[in-house]
Ligand binder design. Sequence first.
Ligand code: TYD
Ligand code: MG
Length: 457
Amino acid sequence: MAKIKTRYICQNCGTDSPKWLGKCNICGEWDTFVEEIITPKNKKEAIKEKATGISTAKKNALHINEIESIRERRLITHDNELNRVLGGGIVPGSVILLGGEPGIGKSTLLLQLAVQLQGYSILYVSGEESAQQVKMRASRIGIHNEECLIYTETDLFNIFKELRSKNPVLCIIDSIQTLRSPTLESTTGSVSQIRECASELQRYAKETNTPIFIIGHITKEGVIAGPKILEHMVDTVLQFEGDRHHAYRLLRTKKNRFGSTSELGIYEMRHDGLRQVSNPSELLISENDQNLSGISIAATIEGLRPLLIETQALVSPSAYGTPQRSATGFDSKRLNMLLAVLEKRCGFRFGDKDVFINIAGGLKVEDPAIDLAFICSLLSSFEDIALPQQLCFAGEIGLSGEVRSVHRIEQRIFEAEKLGFQQIMISANNKGLDPSKYNITLAQVKTVEDVYAQLFQ
Ligand code: TYD
Ligand code: MG
């Protein structure tokens, strides 16, 4: 019998090595090498061809004019948020990877697509739950699509056989980490398995023009478990995020070969599945009718959508030697920067204060335009003076305390106006704005000293 060949494979980046290494010299991670059995390539191809009927024979290059051009006909789903993040529906033959932390709602989102998209045969392959469990969940969501097929299987070749016999319009794989290709002897969920299964699925999608959704888990560090190449292999990478303890979920595009990556979908998790949120700003601003200090509203842009978000700050005397700094939904380094600017430019002393900041609704915001709102929340909490309720903010803070202009300012102003705000504070550097065009008053400021003088003096 031939000797079994093994190699050591880095579970982080997929690099292989003939011997075990403590540290991967490609990605620099420690203790990631795992021994995996290697199947010779020609044997692998033979098993594959026999089982799937997909020929691995050589193809010829084509002249560009010989290639039939097909008009891209996208599959438009009932879910507008999903259509939007995909750049206007599902492209035939595309492979879409959906990543997210466990329990965030990935299975719910795609099962909802499968059971609600009427009139399309959709194969939902679940390697994680039993058919009864899937059915229970589907009934809760509401079944409108009689042609939805549920298949509980983890063997890749059986899945291909089923795909070939049922020939569905769309296939959903839940999840790539549970699939196993018989051509490889390494364990389920290992880098080699994930890579192999993904490349076979990609090939099936391209050959038959069937779009495939692949669910992928995310590790604690926030990357899709498995090698980074998984993200390179697929056409589109979507990320589902949010705080599990809050109802809101954001669907972001991280990569898209067929559309923009700056789109954003917003959902609310309810007892009967995910509901699309079309007017998020109204939900994200909590009713603060008691005029509390430490709260201000930021006019941010997520993707291409304006979102008005409530920022909260609490500044309190610190009881212990080292003051605490805590930021939820905002970069804590950036919080330290904002505090340093306030100390240096306005003379506030935060050295003996605990500072906590938070974004309402469990969202994470990266738009720098939220800085100005946080500065105001911090000052408001420090002074214990509530800010006017009809005021919102959009501006980035620079290191010298200047309020910098932000992009898409008009869109932010219109959103604030739409939600009934009477004044918006923005940078004086946002030039070319015609105040008479808006029903909302524009308060233009240059520096954080100006902001303090206008609001608290
Ligand atoms: P799930 O889709 O299983 O997450 P993932 O596949 O990303 O691991 O979602 C699990 C959570 O969603 C679970 O905690 C319960 C909640 N949920 C609802 O609140 N309402 C619903 O209708 C469904 C189906 C799930
Ligand atoms: Mg799941």
